[in-house]
Design a protein around this ligand. Structure first.
Ligand SMILES: [Zn+2]
Ligand SMILES: [Zn+2]
Length: 242
């Protein structure tokens, strides 16, 4: 038996001895794919929940618990789909394990978000700073299909002191206030799209939009916010999430 045949036998045998655990549902399945068959099939299922048109969160009693008490500094929030189940698992594989396969399965959500934002190609994309490469990869993919767009890495997250962090941890919104700055001057007349990977309350995107408004005088109508996926939380748990 040659090496190739031997390794083929070995991998077939291994599939039965060490099946993988599906990161979405926890069931076991044979080696070689990202998710079990059921979860894989559910990635593109349609969604049922009714969401707030401003931030994309779940509404209760017809109103959004987040948006009813805050000023929103962007004019539109778009996302490609809900951050849950199999999609959430794929997203985590793409973000934290740099899985290219997972990323390519998530691409339709990026394109759906772009379509929802109704981009013309003349906009400036401002990626939300992140330690991970996912947002950067996303905007590069976007530029491939709309070469006219500009990507400007103008946003910077300010470093915070440890004591300050501990003090503010209780209130996510207070913690975010003043946490971003602009490293380049931006014209108030252009159209901007803030790009993030997952949004929950839209607090980060709104704080960045506020910074654009305060530091560069960019009006609300010229700022749109986009996330690849939307994590839908219902009221009061928001302080633990971005
Ligand atoms: Zn599964
Ligand atoms: Zn809302």
């Amino acid at each position: 038996m040659d090496t190739k045949t031997a390794s083929k036998y070995l991998s077939v045998t291994l599939q039965y001895i060490f099946p993988e655990i599906c990161p979405a549902c926890g069931n076991t399945f044979p080696l070689g794919s990202l998710l079990c068959q059921d979860c894989h099939a559910s990635v593109y299922d349609s969604e049922k929940s009714s969401a707030c048109p401003t931030c994309g969160n779940l509404m209760s009693d017809g109103e959004c618990q987040y948006c009813k008490t805050r000023e929103v500094f962007y004019s539109q929030k778009c996302n490609g789909g809900e951050y849950s189940g199999a999609r959430k698992a794929l997203f985590r594989l793409a973000k934290f394990h740099k899985s290219r396969k997972a990323l390519s399965l998530l691409k339709p959500f990026l394109f759906a978000a772009i379509e929802e934002c109704g981009t013309s190609g003349n906009q400036i994309l401002l990626p939300v700073p992140s330690r991970h490469n996912l947002v950067r990869t996303m905007v590069r993919e976007w530029k491939l299909i709309q070469p006219d767009i500009q990507i400007v890495n103008a946003l910077k997250k300010k470093a915070r002191k440890k004591e300050q962090k501990q003090k503010e941890r209780r209130d996510r919104f207070a913690e975010l206030l003043g946490s971003f700055t602009l490293e380049e001057s931006l014209s108030p007349d252009k159209q901007y799209i803030l790009v993030d990977d997952v949004a929950t309350t839209g607090a980060t995107l709104n704080e960045i939009a506020r910074t654009l408004h305060e530091e560069a005088g960019i009006p609300r109508e010229n700022i749109r916010a986009m996330s690849l996926l939307q994590n839908r939380q219902q009221s009061a748990t928001h302080q633990r999430f971005l």
